[in-house]
Structures are given as C-alpha cells and as structure tokens.
Design a protein around this ligand. Sequence first.
Ligand code: RET
Length: 240
Amino acid sequence: MNLSINFLSVAKMAPDDYVGFTFFVGCMAMMAASVFFFFSMNSFDKKWRTSILVSGLITFIAAVHYFYMRDYWAATGDSPTFFRYVDWILTVPLMCVEFYLILKVAGAKKSMMWRLILLSTIMLVTGYFGEAVYTDNAAFWGFVSGVAYFIIVYDIWLGSAKKLAVEAGGAVLSAHKTLCWFVLVGWAIYPLGYMAGTEGWYTQFLGSFNVDVLYNIADAINKIGFGLVVYSLAVNSSEK
Ligand SMILES: *C/C=C(C)/C=C/C=C(C)/C=C/C1=C(C)CCCC1(C)C
C-alpha cells in the first residue's frame, strides 16, 4: 500500500532548488535519449545495432537511477551517493564495451574490453570508498581512482585502442577520437565534483559548489553525448 501512496504523492520542489531541477531534467533527458536510441536501432546495418542498443541501455539505466535519485534528493536533501555509484558501476563498463564494439571492425580483442572494464571498476570502487566509506582518506582513494582513470585515458588515446582505431580509419577513427575527448574532458568533471564533495588538501583551493549539479551535468554530457557519437557513426557508415 505504501507503494501506491508514494506514487501519488509528489514532493515539493522549491523554485531555487537547482539540484532538484537538474535531477528532474536529467531524468527526462535520459528517458528521451533512450527512446530515441531504441527506436532508431533497427534503421541501421546489423553490425551497428548492438552499439546503438548499448547507447540506449546506458541512458535507460541512468534514467531509472535518476528517477530514484531525484526522489531521494527531494525527500532527504542529501546526495544520493549510493544510487549514483550503482548507476556508474553499470553504465561506465558499458561505455568501455562501446569502445570495443566500434573497434571490432579493426579486429579489437575482448581482452582490450575486459582491461577497460576492470580499470573502470577499480576507478569507481575506490572512488566510492573515498566518497562514502573511508571519507577521512578521501584524498588517498581519489588518487588511486585517478590513477585508474589515467590508465584508461592512456589506453584509448595512445595505447592498443588507438592503434586499432588508426587501422580502421575513416568514420571509425574520427568517432573514436571524439569519444576519447569525451573521456578526457567530459569525464574530468567527475574528479572535480569529487573534490568539491570531500575533504582533502584540495579543499582550500576549491570554492563551494554542489557536487550533484556537477555530476548531473557531466552525466548528461557524457551519457547522451557518447551515445550520439555512436549514433552518427552508424548514420555515416550506413549511408554508403
Ligand atoms: C555516466 C557516468 C560516467 C561516465 C561516470 C564517470 C565517472 C568517473 C570518470 C569518475 C572518476 C573519479 C575519479 C577519476 C577520481 C575521484 C573519484 C571518481 C570516481 C569521481
């Protein structure tokens, strides 16, 4: 019975609640993006369908988490750190899968995909330790997480993934490059949010801004933007 009551009651939102606003808009944007990716999927060559499906899964998983995070924020006024990290631990490995899928044409091996998945898992688990469990050592855990992040950046910009992208050339190479920029610039917003939300040597250098606003903006850019890069790759290579 509680369930029906929860669905019928809507928490109040103050007009200056920018955090709540970005949770709300984020939820809708992720939902709309999912519908877009799912519905466009079958208009592409078979070899691109899985990539588009994964783009849709990423935004769909996020939409569901945003639905809960929005509610959690409205009800408690706290950061929904737990839901946030559950979302990331599901969606970031899927982004690694996306790198693999678009490089498959150049003979990418599953081992490359698993390496990226493992690194992203280390990045997120250690980040969660610093942000939610061992908060007294946030700077240390943030550093460990950052090392994993930099290895990912290295792998895709200069390592084995880069080599495969060059071999594939054309539309795949340029899509790979764009995705690399997302990881270098778009993903860099997250450590900034982390530093804003935890205590460490960096606290004195950062003004106060809200973690969730940063994370929400970053998620919209990275999840929807990432999917659109894959979408336009599919469009460009299906035309010929
Ligand atoms: C859709 C969600 C995405 C793309 C999330 C990405 C998250 C990160 C790149 C997080 C990185 C972190 C660091 C590099 C250091 C501090 C801890 C984290 C987990 C915030």
